[in-house]
Design a protein around this ligand. Structure first.
Ligand code: 16G
Ligand code: MG
Length: 478
């Protein structure tokens, strides 16, 4: 017997009324309460199936008249994080509720909607050392797969750009920095030199040459490239932790640390939607890392994909003690979530950014949330942005303060930037001398790509005239 059939009950008390079809809308299934009997029974089945797909997490069913008269009711299904049911399941629920009694048995023998998460990812190793470690991990995962039940699929990792011992290919048109800055897919070479084709909607990640940065991306059905950079990873991780903490009922603060490069939409989402405090620091892992230590759990990621999660030692001690304390008063559900929270700490590398640990954490979160990459992307829309770099005679003439957001020298440059930014809706721009190259970097964001490009170009022009540029007016990065 398949799983849905375990709930099949022919009893007349659940028989369907004959009043036409119902549709799963904003209020779930909505009609007069007296006609919702069979719906309540079938929604119960759907909630059980949904819980199974979400790895046994609790699914909510809400019956409410909301603002309507008492006899006008709606039945709604709510996902574990309080989210609405997603599209494919709404269709499945509508179909099940409208199936005549005589066909219900047959309907339940059909497959319920598939999981959205697929345990497979392709990783661009930038032809760097990350490939060596990932190969070992692939081997380990294969062993795990062969020793576990065939129903449990361990993560399948496909590597490309893994020519570790070939000259002149490291980070060449590939790797996390190339993909982030160019906002396009890298070249995709296999070991034998042949090229791979992009698979639409499949998950891709790029690490950099020394595998301490990671970014995600995919190409949709229309061939459009979508980037999920360090900001997106930070939001995914912080949102997941915040939800786990809520479910444990324990009072722990999660904080996010970003730099001026963080997309404005990610900061807004963290503050307004996740209700998480955001601190800003100078660019460079060391700055973010120290700041993150100030929170009970500090999540930090630079937009370029450097980052990790830090658990304050007092917090870890508190959580560990609570877990073993028999009189902790926690319910089984709270304890399970507390364990998950501590497992996050085991997965992540707290020492310093580790792209492979970051990859495992992202995959674990997507798996546990049953999200595909599109759902992750749908959390918010990035503000279009552009990065440029300008060569100067002497980059040290450019000085900034306040996490790079204010340029204090040369005189007049910040005022000029302010006056340019004002002309663009949602405009923001800043400049800073690179710490790794002899350039001044320019970052601009605005409401459209055209505006972001134009604002970046105007700021570059201002740097050129006020800070003593050499060479071309400005260069696109790379
Ligand atoms: C280095 C830093 C990174 C920073 C980047 C800025 C480490 C491990 N890495 O890659 O955190 O974002 O430099 O480069 O500290 P830039 O100064 O040239 O813009
Ligand atoms: Mg690196």
């Amino acid at each position: 017997m398949n799983f849905p059939m375990a709930f099949y009950d022919k009893s007349p008390k659940y028989s369907k009324n004959q009043l036409g079809s119902l549709h799963y809308g904003t209020a779930g299934f909505r009609t007069r309460a007296e006609n919702l009997g069979h719906v309540a029974y079938r929604v119960g089945i759907i909630a059980a199936l949904r819980s199974r797909v979400r790895n046994g997490q609790a699914i909510g069913v809400m019956i409410t008249a909301s603002h309507n008269p008492e006899d006008d009711n709606g039945i709604k299904i709510v996902d574990p994080m309080g989210e609405m049911l997603e599209g494919a399941w709404e269709t499945y629920a509508t179909d099940m509720v409208n199936t005549p009694d005589a066909s219900l048995e047959q309907f339940l023998q059909r497959d319920e909607p598939k999981k959205l998460y697929t345990p497979e990812i392709s990783v661009d190793c930038a032809n760097g050392v990350g490939a060596l470690v990932l190969k070992k991990m692939i081997h380990f995962l294969q062993e795990l797969q062969s020793s576990s039940s065939p129903n449990k699929k361990s993560l399948k990792i496909n590597l490309f750009n893994d020519l570790v011992f070939v000259k002149d290919v490291l980070n060449n048109e590939c790797g996390a920095d190339f993909v982030k800055v160019q906002q396009k897919i890298p070249i995709m070479k296999k070991k034998d030199g042949s090229s791979l084709h992009v698979i639409p909607n499949a998950r891709y990640a790029s690490v950099d040459g020394d595998a301490d940065r990671i970014i995600y991306y995919y190409v949709d059905d229309s061939g459009i490239f979508h980037l999920l950079d360090g900001d997106r990873i930070a939001i995914l991780v912080a949102g997941y932790l915040k939800e786990l903490i809520k479910k444990t009922g324990i009072n722990i603060q999660v904080g996010l640390v970003q730099t001026a490069y963080a997309n404005g939409s990610s900061t807004k989402y963290a503050i307004e939607k996740l209700n998480i405090p955001v601190a800003w620091t100078l660019t460079g892992v060391k700055h973010l890392h120290h700041k993150a230590k100030e929170f009970d759990i500090g999540v930090y990621f630079e937009a370029n994909g450097h980052g990790t999660v830090l658990f304050n030692s007092r917090t870890v001690e508190h959580l560990t003690k609570l877990l073993v304390d028999e009189r902790n008063g926690l319910s089984e559900d709270q304890k399970a979530n507390l364990k998950k929270l501590l497992v996050v700490r085991d997965v992540i590398n707290e020492t310093v950014g580790d792209a492979i640990a970051d990859l495992l954490l992202v995959e674990a979160i997507l798996y546990d949330s049953d999200w595909n990459i599109q759902q992750w992307l749908n959390l918010y829309d990035d503000l279009p942005n552009r990065q440029l770099k300008v060569s100067l005679q002497d980059c040290s003439v450019v000085k900034t303060e306040g996490a790079d957001v204010k340029c204090i020298a040369p005189a007049g440059l910040q005022q000029k930037i302010n006056s340019l930014v004002k002309n663009y809706p949602s405009g923001r721009a800043f400049i800073r001398p690179s710490g790794t190259e002899n350039f001044v970097r320019i970052y601009a964001e605005a409401d459209s790509q055209k505006n972001a490009d134009s604002l970046a170009a105007e700021v570059a022009q201002a740097v050129h005239s006020l800070a003593g540029s050499v060479g071309d007016l400005y260069e696109h990065p790379l």
